[in-house]
Structures are given as C-alpha cells and as structure tokens.
Design a protein around this ligand. Structure first.
Ligand code: ATP
Ligand code: MG
Length: 415
C-alpha cells in the first residue's frame, strides 16, 4: 500500500507536474536527443538565468502580447526590483548577447533547455511550469541561417521518431513589407470590426497581425479572405523567402506554405514557422487542441528593443512535454546485471564486483536486504539479463539470458 499524504500535506502548485517513470524517461530522451543533434550542427550550449528584470521581457516580447500582458510571473524582490520568471528563452539570450559582448562570436549558434513559467489555464499539453528546448543563431542575416536552423529541427523530430508533423512556413517580409501588409489588414478587419471578438477588436489597434492567429470562430471566418503578405513583399523580402524555401528543398526538409501563420510576438521579421501535427494523424490525436510543438522565426528587430545595435537573428523553441507526449512512454534502461548477495558476509566482495560492473559500462544493481530466500525472488522480479551470485566466499556463479560483451569483459578481467 502506498503511503498517502495526510490532510495537512501541501499540494503541488496548479499547472506544475511531477514527472516520474516512463514519462520522465520520455522527457529525458527528448533532452538527450536534442543535446546530440545540436552538437551535430555545432550549436554551443548556454545556461541562462531562470529570472531576469521584468523589462527584459516587457521590452523585447512587447507589452501587448499575451505573454507580457497576462502570463508573466512577476514579483518584487527584497531589494525592490521587479523580476520575472522567464516565460521564454529568446529575450534572456538576447540580453546576455548584449551584456556579455557576445558580438565577438557572431554568428553565434547557441542552444539550451530548461523550465519556463507562464500563468496560463492549465490543460493537456499546457502547464504553468513547462520546459523547452531552444536554438538560436544570432548575428546572421543570410537565409542560410534559417535553413540551418530548420534542418536541425527537422532532423531532431526524425531522430525522436516523431511522424505526422509538418513544417508550416510563412514570411512576414521586411519592415516595409510588414508595414504595408499591416495597413491593409487594418483596413480589411476594420470594415468588420463589430463582428470580431473583443480581443481582436483590441488587436486591431495594437497588433492587427495577431488577428490572423486568433482561435476565436468569430475571427476565423474573416481570416481566410484577409489580405496576404505576398501582395506586399518587397523584391528583397521575396528573394529572401525564395532562398529559404529552396535551401529547405535541397536539405530534404518538407514544408508547406501557411499564409496566415504569424508568430505571437512583436519582434518577428521574414521567416516565421511552426511544426504542427497533420490533421487526423496520431500526433494530432495525442496532442488535442494544443497542437504546435515547435515554433520560431527571424527576429531582426529584437536587439534594438533592448537598446542594442541592429542584429539579425533567427531561432526556435519547442515544448519538451509536447514532444515527450509524441515520443510516448519509454522504459527505464534495461537492467543488465543484478548482484545477488546470498550471505551478508559477502558484502565487501559484492560491492567490489558492483563497482567493476559499473565502471565497465554494465547497467547493474544489487539485492542485499531481506531474508536470504526472498532475495532471489526480488532479483528475478526485476528481470535482469544476468544474476551474479555472491556469498561469504565471494562471487561464485552467474545465470545469464544471452551474452553481454561488456559483462563478459568485466568478469574476464577479474580472473
Ligand atoms: P501556443 O499557441 O500553444 O500558446 P505559443 O505561441 O505560446 O504556443 P511559443 O511561445 O512559441 O508558444 O513556445 C514554443 C513552444 O513551447 C510551443 O509550441 C509549445 O510546444 C511550448 N509551449 C508554449 N507554452 C506552453 C505551455 N504553457 N505548456 C507547455 N508547452 C508550452
Ligand atoms: Mg501561448
């Protein structure tokens, strides 16, 4: 019988998760695979603070975004500064780039992963503390950076064994294209203002692009016929997008054009993208309505909002929990050997053998408690590939299911 908490035990905070067992193994598999793939693409690891001055996020993400206006965990610390638990990685990495003079490393390819915090309504695939993997290329203006970053995302999903997910790609154009498109959207949505959701009526003033992103059915019905960015692209912006798409084709990355895809944040220019489960796929079934698993784009305007020099950059982030849901449950590592201590006087010999096994790369454990008779049952119950018996005279025999080269090598070295 598990020991249940008594009535006065504190509960976990709403929207946080205690992850254990096969789910935790899936989580670790995502993080480990990301670590391996980012090295293949030569992204350097960075470790970032979990909190920053509130203005780092307010200025870079934008006051009118959902994140800044209603999702941040902000508080005053004992010194009276307004601090915020990071709701995303990009703003903090941009701040670090400027405060540490990382310009000297440009173009800088960095990657990280860890916890983020957003005050959202918790539901499947949406938490208040969640985790992301994140990759950024800072100080690179050329479309090759976008291609590189997307090729890495695509390879990562493949190596995780995730299928039924497609790259949805759009361009928001350069500053001028985006401005002209914005004006056309204001005119179009302005004409039906009264029929839009309250949120979108407000967006009309502050950031009309985001109406395209709305999930409200009252807005959705106008989105399909809204003006498209293609009509407003400058020739430079068009050439940039063409270079990205032909690079992706050459790299074997499948993509589909998503004309109303905009990213929620203010700082995006040119490329914007999301990896989304295909309709009717197992991935879509697994994730329900919380469907975007990876999103990002080019954020050439961000550094200036933090007081830095204009700096082109592109990046993406993906939710580890959502990726882990697609990976499915994963088992603990296979138990290759159990040292079965049959007599307590053999404890020294058992520990010596155990340390040799582990040093030799053999996944191993020990059974050394309970009655002598029960120990054998305990060992068998864990279903190890081998049981190594130790008594008062030391190690004396093995039962094995098949051969294990590493285990054989360890035993050979002993004699
Ligand atoms: P959504 O539209 O789902 O709210 P978003 O645009 O807020 O996503 P981003 O800020 O781009 O998401 O974050 C990138 C990824 O991080 C998302 O695609 C998703 O996988 C994950 N993510 C974002 N918010 C959460 C959350 N509250 N809980 C779990 N994962 C999240
Ligand atoms: Mg969100």
């Amino acid at each position: 019988m598990p020991v249940m908490a008594k009535g006065n035990t504190p509960k976990a905070i709403r929207g946080t998760q205690d992850i254990f067992g096969p789910d935790a193994e899936a989580f670790a598999f995502v993080a480990e695979t990301f670590e391996r793939v980012r090295k293949l693409y030569r992204f350097r690891r960075v470790e970032m603070p979990v909190f920053e001055k509130t203005e780092v996020f307010a200025r870079s993400i934008g006051e009118t975004t959902d994140i800044v206006s209603k999702e941040m965990y902000s508080f005053e610390d004992r010194g009276g500064d307004s601090l915020t638990l990071r709701p995303e990685f990009t703003a903090g990495i941009a701040r670090a780039y400027l405060t540490n003079g990382w310009q000297q490393h440009a173009p800088l390819k960095v990657a990280t992963h860890g916890p983020l915090f957003r005050y959202e309504r918790p539901q499947k695939g949406r938490y208040r503390q969640f985790h992301q993997i994140d990759a950024e290329i800072i100080g690179a203006a050329e479309p090759q950076a976008d291609v590189e970053l997307l090729a890495m995302a695509d390879q990562l999903l493949k190596e995780l064994g995730i299928v039924g997910v497609t790259l949805h790609l759009n361009t928001l154009g350069d500053g001028d294209s985006r401005e002209a498109w914005r004006a056309a959207l204001v005119e179009y949505f302005g004409a039906v203002k009264d029929e839009l959701s309250e949120d979108s009526q407000e967006r009309l003033e502050k950031n009309p692009l985001r109406i395209l992103d709305s999930k409200d059915p009252r807005d959705r019905k106008f989105v399909a016929d809204a003006p498209k960015i293609d009509a407003f692209l400058s020739s430079d912006a068009r050439a940039f997008f063409d270079a990205v798409t032909s690079g992706l084709d050459a790299a074997g990355v499948k993509w589909t054009r998503a004309e109303s895809l905009v990213r929620g944040l203010d700082y995006y220019r040119h490329t914007a993208f999301e990896f989304v489960p295909d309709e009717g796929s197992a991935a879509a079934d697994a994730l329900g309505s919380q469907s975007t698993i990876l999103g990002g784009g080019r954020y050439d305007g961000l550094m200036e909002s933090l007081g830095g020099a204009p700096t082109p950059a592109v990046g993406w982030a993906a939710g580890i929990e959502r990726l882990a849901m697609l990976v499915g449950e994963r088992n603990d590592p296979i138990l290759e050997a159990i040292v079965l201590l049959e007599h307590d006087d053999g404890l020294v010999a058992a520990n010596k053998l155990l340390s040799e096994l582990r040093a030799g790369g053999v996944v191993s454990d020990i059974v050394a408690s309970g009655s002598t008779k029960k120990r054998y049952d305990k060992a068998v119950k864990q279903d190890p590939k081998a049981i190594l018996r130790v008594n008062e005279t030391g190690y004396h025999s093995i039962s094995e299911k098949g051969q294990n080269e590493r285990l054989t090598a360890v035993l050979k070295r002993r004699t």
